[in-house]
Design a protein around this ligand. Structure first.
Ligand code: THG
Length: 296
């Protein structure tokens, strides 16, 4: 599982201020930290960046690449001009840069697919359609087929496309987490050879902070079982990265068993592994979500 670091992010107080002041130091420290934590890509998240995106994106890319030039970067903003300005200055890495993202909206993808083609960038295909978030896995699939068809027509093969079915908070709409799992299962048939990714931390956006890591890790293992190729994740969460990198087979095994309804009795498990079993039940909607699900 590839890990794409999420924390070079305008929403972080420190990084947001550094973007605004064009202060390289916190940005370069964050990039070096993400490298040390084993991130495979660094996501540069400017948010909408409506005003100064086209100046800010190239500046951040150059600032990062001064200290880290061997990790590919992700250009994360809804400002199309900012993406293009960033691609113009991008210093080639072994793996192509990644545009984050192209939505399934004609007026957006008509402009952005040619950009990806011109600059040889991979792109994240975001399953966000004309009516917003898809309601279920079938709507996700319909959006996916439309967008990948348009990209293929422009000469972009599926292996350059990272499909993002969209992760939503489990405490609000449990059913959506199941829908994403179902969509991942369908993906090899509807988009053969495509990669996949997701904003993993969205699943725990809302629940108490101390409970976020177990939700994130459990959902990651579940998604990986159905082929998820990468996650946009928190570089501070070392346990999550260890699981992603294959160092916690015990956790993977117990999550798989719980998904199949074959988990060992909770009382026979360590507290750590029992918590994973309980969390699978919450994500699959077998237990109604409440902030106290681990105490049940
Ligand atoms: N899909 C794609 N791109 C994405 C997302 C996605 N980019 C943005 C986002 N979702 C993924 N990135 C983040 C970044 C931060 C957090 C969650 C997802 C986050 N931050 C903490 C918080 O809000 O509490 C801390 C913020 C801080 O540093 O202060 O949770 O879904 N393609």
């Amino acid at each position: 599982m590839l890990c794409l670091g999420e924390s070079l992010n305008v929403m972080s107080k420190k990084i947001g201020a550094a973007f605004k002041a064009r202060d390289p130091k916190p940005i370069q420290e964050e990039a070096l930290f993400q490298k040390k934590q084993g991130m495979d890509y660094i996501d540069i998240n400017l948010g909408p960046a409506k005003k100064d995106g086209p100046e800010l994106m190239p500046w951040v890319i150059q600032t990062v690449q001064e200290v880290v030039d061997d990790i590919p970067l992700i250009l994360d903003t809804s400002n199309i001009e900012a993406i293009e300005a960033g691609l113009k200055v991008y210093k080639a890495t072994e793996k192509a840069p990644l545009i984050n993202s192209i939505m399934c909206r004609v007026e957006r993808y008509e402009k952005m697919i040619p950009l990806a083609a011109e600059y040889n960038a991979d792109f994240i295909a975001l399953m966000w359609g004309p009516e917003g978030l898809p309601r279920d896995e079938n709507e996700r699939a319909a959006l996916c087929v439309e967008l990948l068809y348009a990209a293929n027509e422009a000469g972009i093969e599926n292996d350059r496309i990272w499909v993002d079915g969209i992760v939503t908070p489990v405490n609000i709409q449990q059913q959506q987490s199941v829908s994403l799992l179902e969509f991942q299962k369908m993906l090899p048939d509807i988009a053969p050879g495509a990669k996949s990714t997701c904003g993993l931390s969205n699943v725990s956006n809302g629940p108490p902070v101390h409970l976020r890591p177990i939700l994130n890790s459990t959902f990651m293992v579940m998604l990986e079982r159905y082929g998820m190729y990468s996650v946009i994740s928190d570089p501070l969460d070392e346990k999550l990265t260890a699981i992603a990198k294959g160092k916690r087979q015990d956790i993977v095994d117990v999550v798989h068993a719980a998904m199949d309804g074959n988990a060992p009795d909770i009382s026979s498990l360590s507290k750590e592994l029992a918590d994973y079993v309980k969390t699978v039940d919450v994500i699959l909607g077998r237990t109604l979500y409440s902030d106290s699900w681990l105490e049940l």
